[in-house]
Design a protein. Structure first.
Length: 64
């Protein structure tokens, strides 16, 4: 079981099951979940996710 704090605010994550890339907005110590935001078209969406359901997206910086 996850203890949280695997990700930090601003990290780009995805659900392990797929879906859009999301930005970590904050961590809730009380509820033990991350609040993430993403765009669905032009609409900003937000959801709450347990750490075990998320994975970090590796961003290619374009630098060698």
């Amino acid at each position: 079981m996850s203890t949280g704090k695997e990700f930090k605010v601003g990290d780009i994550v995805k659900l392990k099951s797929g879906g859009p890339e999301m930005t970590v907005k904050n961590w809730s110590d009380y509820h033990k979940h991350y609040v993430c935001q993403w765009f669905a078209g032009k609409k900003l969406e937000q959801g709450e996710f347990k750490a075990d359901s998320l994975k970090l997206v590796e961003i290619d910086s374009g630098q060698n």
